[in-house]
Design a binder for this molecule. Structure first.
Ligand code: ADP
Ligand code: ZN
Length: 596
């Protein structure tokens, strides 16, 4: 069977009728076309691009069952819920399931579109026997980077997949991943036996995510303001367990919104409960360490905030990628400080010599992103090898271009002051020396007789802090264990004038208003019909024990509120309303529209 127009036409019909979607997103169509034509494929698609649809839709259309290998049981159950809500015949076969006998019977009877299993199953002879008992449509391997030692999450069990799939040689394979560099991609292809021309890559851009990166001056207030602007669910990443606990408590107190902590130090039941509450909520904020997020499939996360610098650009992209998977506007806000970089550099110094240069490079790339005055998205996408436009129109620097200041000379003065005072004083002391502030400690040590004393005047004084921040981010100023600053990295090149420094000075004018109006464009909060539709969704979700987004996404409710459908056929025209959901919820939602 080749990729034929007739196949794709049928696929579009199924997309509308079963999933309720109007059109394919990005490379979905190409991937689905290949799968329907029986061509093995590796699809690299960013989080939120809609990977699951690329096997769920063929699973519905094709004869036989699609076997989905997925590494996390929680993730599987989430997928199962969404698939069933669309009327797809799906089951999981995991150690957490009590109904494995029924599942096996259903499979043998050819009554399953999707069978989700964990990779451990793949090596079991009984499982291979089971698979021989009924026709297979497809092997779908989720989080396929787990098969590669080059990937960031190698799982030896994934190596058992190849022998299993080879035993069913004519069943096509679809491997899926969101993150894979070139080396990992070729490794996945060879490890899973997919031909090189089976690689389909979608762009990394997440256009609905607005990136903003700014210095952390008052963390609680900055986060409170963000929560004020974004009433929807959000994640705040903090570095330590203690930070997580403290922030969760203070944000809950200050904002009155539901806020929960999540970190590896909490008992397992507590973690599971907090995670479940977050997934089910329409307004909760989770304050978490990076232990949280892997395997969370919540499409309506409206913001991801970093209370400190992430580990690398890759980590930043992955963590911020948890926002806005439903395609609605979402925000990614990073709040950084010079100290974050100093700590990171210190940690790198403690690593094996061999690993240090690589880690330093990662951190430098991150420092460049943080300090940049140009489009953040362009920097991110270039980092992933793309060739994006110069400006995106949806990041802080595009929306509010900062002033770029050439500060090499000021940086030289600061570095000289550091050097001449013996590289053992903190920023406060250096600042006083440079601005000629009267201070006993300065006269005591004779620092008032140095050539750098009082050489910074006027407006430049206010720039010392951001210059120091930039120098620390770059590793030109490095704190010692007592908080004193020493010269490091490129400091010499700056002092001799071989290197230059510019900083981005954020505009004074507030971005707040702008952000507000954008956000209002998403959900018409305060519209009585929209609120009533949401209330109905909440009730139905509670009744069925599923998160609200499984019933309908916000975008569907928005369209209902705007179009006010009066009949089932009008309701069916709304994107996201498939046949199964129309049947299950149509009457209830039409009633609410009629009454409001
Ligand atoms: P991924 O696994 O790639 O992160 P998902 O498969 O979870 O993404 O899909 C993200 C969201 O996008 C889901 O809520 C899904 O319902 C929605 N989605 C997928 N495909 C489409 C489409 N063609 N049109 C509209 N929404 C879609
Ligand atoms: Zn931009």
């Amino acid at each position: 069977m080749l990729q034929s127009p007739a196949n794709l036409e049928r696929a579009r019909t199924t997309l509308r009728e079963v999933f309720g979607f109007e059109s394919f997103r990005m490379v979905q169509e190409e991937v689905v076309g290949r799968v329907l034509a029986g061509q093995s494929t590796l699809a690299v698609m960013p989080t939120g691009a809609g990977k699951s649809l690329t096997y769920q839709l063929p699973a519905v259309m094709l004869e036989g069952t699609c076997v989905v290998i997925s590494p996390l049981i929680a993730l599987m159950h989430d997928q199962l819920r969404s698939a069933r809500a669309n009327g797809i015949r799906a089951a999981t076969l995991t150690s957490a399931d009590a109904d494995w006998r029924e599942t096996q019977d259903a499979f043998r009877a050819g009554a399953l579109d999707l069978l989700y299993v964990a990779p451990e199953r793949a090596s079991q002879p009984q499982f291979r026997d089971l698979l021989s008992a009924a026709p297979l449509a497809l092997f779908a391997v989720d989080e396929a980077h787990c098969v590669s030692e080059w990937g960031h999450d190698f799982r030896p069990d994934y190596r058992q997949l190849r022998p299993l799939m080879d035993a069913f040689g004519d069943v096509p394979r679809l491997a899926l991943t969101a993150t894979a560099d070139g080396r990992t991609r070729s490794d996945i292809l060879s490890q899973l036996g997919i031909p090189d021309d089976g690689l389909v890559i979608s762009g990394f851009d997440r256009p609905n995510i607005r990136y903003a990166i700014r210095p952390r001056d008052n963390l609680s207030r900055q986060l409170e303001r963000l929560m004020d602007e974004q009433p929807g669910p959000g994640i705040v990443y903090a570095g330590t367990r203690k930070k997580v606990e403290d922030l969760a408590a203070s944000l809950a107190r200050a904002t009155g919104r539901p806020v929960l902590p999540y970190h590896a130090g909490l008992p397992a039941e507590q973690r599971a409960a907090n995670q479940a509450a977050f997934v089910a909520s329409e307004d909760m904020v989770m304050v978490a360490t990076i232990a949280f997020g892997m395997g969370i499939d919540k499409p309506d996360v409206r913001f991801v905030a970093h209370a400190g610098v992430p580990k690398s650009i890759e980590a930043y992209y992955q963590e911020t990628g948890r926002a806005g998977r439903d395609g609605d506007p979402a925000q990614a806000v990073m709040l950084w400080s010079a100290g974050d970089f100093a700590t990171a550099r210190m940690r790198i110094g403690e690593l094996d010599e061999g690993r240090q240069p690589g880690e330093r490079q990662r951190l430098d790339a991150l420092a460049a992103l943080v300090e940049a005055a140009t489009c953040r998205r362009a920097i991110l996408l270039r980092h992933f090898g793309e060739n994006p436009p110069e400006a995106c129109g949806n990041c802080d620097n595009c929306l509010n271009p900062p002033q770029v200041l050439e500060v090499t000379e000021l940086a030289q003065k600061l570095l000289s002051a550091c050097y001449r005072t013996g590289q053992s004083f903190g920023f406060g002391h250096l600042q006083k020396v440079l601005t000629g502030a009267p201070d006993e400690r300065i006269t005591e040590r004779g620092h008032d007789r140095l050539s750098v004393y009082g050489i910074v005047e006027g407006e430049d004084a206010a720039l010392l802090q951001p210059v120091s921040r930039a120098l620390q981010a770059r590793g030109c100023l490095v704190p010692n264990e007592h908080g004193g600053l020493q010269l490091g990295g490129e400091a010499r090149a700056l002092l001799t004038g071989e290197a230059a420094l510019s900083i981005a000075k954020p505009p004074a004018r507030s971005e707040r208003r702008q952000r507000r109006s954008r956000n209002e464009a998403a959900n018409p909060v305060g519209d009585p019909l929209f609120d009533a539709l949401r209330a109905l969704r909440r009730d139905l979700a509670a009744e069925q024990g599923v998160p609200p987004y499984v019933i309908f996404h916000d975008s569907v409710l928005r369209e209902m509120a705007a179009r006010r459908p009066v009949s089932r056929s009008e309701l069916a025209e709304i994107g996201g309303v498939g046949a199964k959901k129309l049947e299950a919820y149509g009457a209830a939602f039409l009633k609410v529209v009629a009454e409001n």
